[in-house]
Ligand binder design. Structure first.
Ligand code: SAM
Length: 297
């Protein structure tokens, strides 16, 4: 850890205001219900980014890494024949079950399961969806292999997640306010800043319990597999899935879209730059894939 680095990050932290989207996310972590509502709002906003694959009516769907279940509810409400939600954390599975029960959604079931070892039958699901998860799984290739195994021939895999070098790919929102900190500073430096910010928050009694990370014991940015755009594209081609959509979404896509013609032109430029391999790793905030499993020969 460099002391100068810690000082620079802390200074930038004070100069750059917290992003509205991160404030909203932090506030939503104050209760399970608020976080579920945030999950639901987010999927309503981003689901159209999968394009024409939106019709879930009558489908058997698997939600990989369901979190607290807000998104699983959206899929169930979209008319799925069944929604199977899985997560590695019991707390998430329980929250999803409770939500399904409270909403009387009998088509939604949740199970404790590792995405890389799915206790589910081959060739079963019509659609597999995973949002904000694949950057966290320990075994990305194993997870994609398992998803392919349980998907029926002709079925679709919808994936939406950030690559590691994206502006907020360090997942330090709440601790570090500016984008790409992990491109410029070491893990040790960022962890030290996060420790200090958290100590400060505790003193101010504005600590958010559900966003707890044990920074005292962390030796690298936690729960991230550091998958890059290139690595993900290579894995997908190794798995021989048909690529119907592979979008590299640029930063500010919602904010700029709401502004005037100049902002629209800037967004168009960012889109083109995010698709350009030399800048793709850094200018992609989210990767969006629609993949199809080939018919059995
Ligand atoms: C950021 S949350 C996303 C939750 C939800 N999909 C959403 O977008 O609102 C990531 C979730 O993935 C789960 N997860 C991480 N690794 C997993 C694995 N190997 N198998 C299943 N779930 C996993 C975590 O427990 C966590 O609930």
């Amino acid at each position: 850890m460099s002391r100068l680095g810690v000082w620079v990050v802390s200074l930038l932290n004070r100069l750059v205001p917290t992003q509205a989207m991160h404030r909203e996310l932090a506030e939503s972590k104050l209760s399970v219900e608020a976080y579920q509502a945030w999950e639901y709002r987010e999927i309503r906003q981003i689901y159209p980014e999968f394009g024409s694959a939106w019709d879930l009516c009558g489908k058997r769907l698997l939600d990989v890494g369901c979190g607290l279940g807000g998104k699983s509810v959206f899929y169930a409400e979209s008319g799925c024949r069944s929604v199977t939600a899985i997560d590695l954390r019991f707390k998430s599975v329980q929250a999803t079950r409770d939500l399904a029960r409270d909403r009387c959604l009998t088509t939604l079931e949740a199970f404790l399961c590792d995405a890389a070892h799915l206790a589910l039958p081959d060739n079963y699901f019509d659609v597999i969806i995973s949002v904000n998860v694949l950057e966290h799984v320990d075994d990305l290739l194993g997870t994609l292999r398992e998803c392919k195994r349980v998907l029926r021939p002709g079925g679709l895999m919808l994936l939406h997640f950030p690559p590691f070098y994206s502006p907020w790919g360090a997942h330090l929102d709440g601790w570090v306010n500016f984008p790409w900190p992990h491109v410029f500073f070491s893990d040790a430096t960022l962890i030290e800043v996060a420790r200090q910010v958290e100590a400060q928050l505790r003193r101010n009694q504005s600590y958010i319990p559900s966003a707890q990370v044990d920074w005292e014991r962390a030796i690298q940015l936690p729960e991230l597999n550091r998958a890059t755009v290139k690595q993900v594209l290579d894995l997908i081609s190794e798995l021989e899935l048909e690529v119907l959509r592979a979008d590299m979404l640029p930063p500010g896509r919602f904010y700029l879209a709401r502004r005037g013609p100049l902002a629209h032109s800037l967004l168009g430029l960012l889109r083109r730059l995010a698709a350009w391999p030399p800048l793709r790793e850094y200018l992609t905030t989210k990767m969006v894939f629609v993949l199809r499993k080939g018919q059995a020969k």
